[in-house]
Structures are given as structure tokens and as C-alpha cells.
Design a binder for this molecule. Sequence first.
Ligand SMILES: [Ca+2]
Ligand SMILES: [Ca+2]
Ligand SMILES: [Ca+2]
Length: 376
Amino acid sequence: MIKYIFISLILVLFISCGSNTSTSSPNYTGYLVDSRVSGVEYTCNNISGITKEDGSFTFNYSCDEITFKLGNIILANMKISSVKTDNIFYITDITQRSNRNDTNNIPVKNITRLLQSLDDDNDPRNGINITQNIRDNIVTNIPYEIGSDKINEQDLQNIVKEADPSKTLISDTKALVHFEQVLRDNNIYVDTVPPFKPYLSNNIISTPSDITIIDINGEQNTKIYLNGIYTNKDINKDGIYNDFELDTSHIKNTFKEFNLTLVDDTNKTSEILKLRIFKDTDDIGNKDKLPASNTTINSPEQFIYDIDITDNSTSYGLDLVYKIEGDDKDLFEIDTTNGYLSFKNPSIAGNTYNIKLTVSDLAYHSVSKDINITVN
Ligand SMILES: [Ca+2]
Ligand SMILES: [Ca+2]
Ligand SMILES: [Ca+2]
């Protein structure tokens, strides 16, 4: 009898201990920040879920570690003792760096590169959103946390490819440019990387104009240098400079080179964006080399016509652009290496097809014509 009472007593104690633990460990809201990251799975004992649009998630101090995951991979296991009092979980926190501005290391680079590469709209500045689709696609088992130095470049590339074949792994410089900007925006000073290499929204190869307009994308608030000289123009807070003017006067039928670099507040310089622009002021050479307005061919030929357009630019290695429009455009194709216009499939005898053909050089000179093709 004494034995039974003893066991009951232990049970009562055990149960009350259990309920005490849950009442003495209230839940908190944390925020996962590279910029705000949604779509990351988290677990802390019996609390689990997916970070919300504002990066928020629930945790308490009953677990030893909070685990952050994407599908089958573990981003980081963070010791609960490392949680900071503001409940913000920067990537430097979840990788347990001793300082929040300790950014330039493999664990932080791995996680920021992966999260930013998998962002649904490829723009981390408006927050990072990882979709259900991407989480579902990551099925490969990797025995290490992404936030460990055992993960290499190839591992990261494989994960991105598995998650979404249309996405590419961004560079560690680009990932840190963004993450360090987020930290600076939150008054945590750090700047360890140069601006990433600028790129254009409108890729210009050839121009007919004396002034050529480009739109430059790069790290926000950096200085734009042209051929090593500060232009007194800066990339704006949205990461772009629109309508930047390049002087393409005084040249003709030749290339001019422009070297663009960006310089940040700490005087670090980006890689050079080399632009090689061809000045083409001449119209398309022989406009009469399009097919006649009414062209007749013998069925069931596929080949229709050799569009033998020449232009001053082609001898400088630049290609012409061929375009087919009109009602029956989907039935035709042009071999851009030789200008051969053909039916994609054997034609139907007795039919007439209507298309509009346009041939352009890369400096916007063009010739076009409406053509009726009748098959005998
Ligand atoms: Ca985004
Ligand atoms: Ca910098
Ligand atoms: Ca031309």
C-alpha cells in the first residue's frame, strides 16, 4: 500500500512539474532578419511553424536550441542562450557570432547567399520570401548546417538548383552588401565589402546617338565613377541611377569603351563594368532585299526566301535582329545566321499566309514589309 501511494505521489509531482514548466516559460515573438525573412521553418521544442511575412515566429526558453530549416536542410541550430534581449534574430545571431557586425565569415555568407538567392522576387530589399514550392523542392539530405564552414560553393549551387532551376546563386559580395546595409539601417555599423559590380537595365551595344542613355543598377548611395573619375552622380536609395548620359559623339563605325565603377563610403571600389558601345549612324544597307509583297512558292517547300540584308554594323561583328509579326507569324522562322525565311512545318498547298517582316541593326535602324505568301 505504501508503495502505491509513493508512486501516485511521484506522478502528481511529475504532472505538476510539467504544468509549472509551461506556465513559467511564456512565449515570445522573434524576428528573423537578413531583411525580414518569411517562409523559413522553425522548431523550438513543441513550438514549430513557418516565419510570417514580417519574419516573425514564436519561441520560448524551454528548448535548448531553435532550429531554422528550409525543406530538408538545416540553416542553423541556435542555442537559446544566444537569443538577444530585443528578440531580433539577425543572421549573425542565428550563426552565433559573438558580435552582430561579424558578417564576413563563411556561416553568415552561406545563409545570406542562400536566402537572398531563393527570394521569390529576387529583390531582398523588400524582404525575403521563400515559397512553399521552394521548401518542398529541397529534398536532398545534407549532413551539415548551412551555417557551418563544411558547406562549400558547390553545395550551395546544388541547393539553389534543386529549389528552383530558374534561380542562380548570388555572390557573397552581393549578399553581404545587402545584409550589411540592413544592419547599418538598424544602427549596427559594419562595412566589410566593396559595392557589387554595377549592371545596366538596358543593355546597350550599339547607338545612333551622340549621347547614349543608360540605367545603372548598383549598391544604394554609392558614387558613380566613369573611367576612374567621380561623375558627381550617385546610385539612389532604390539602387539605381536612371538616364545616365554617356558621350558617344565624335565617333562613327567604331567602338568606344567606358569603364564604370562604384565607390562606397569607405572608399571601397566595385569591380569594373566595361561597356563597349558601337556608334552606328547608318541606315540598313540594302532595304530591297526583303521578299516581294506577294510571294509565291511551290508546295511543299519549307524554304521561302534568303533575306540578304547587309548593314555597316555586321562587318564589326554585330548581329541583325529579325522579327516576324502578323496573323501567321507562328508558322514561320528565320535562321538568323543566314537570313533564311522558312515554314516551320511543310506548308499547305492553296493557302495564302500573311506576315510582317522587320530587320533591324542594334542602333534601331530598321526596314519592314507586309508580305503575302501563297503556296501553289
Ligand atoms: Ca524580396
Ligand atoms: Ca561597402
Ligand atoms: Ca546600321
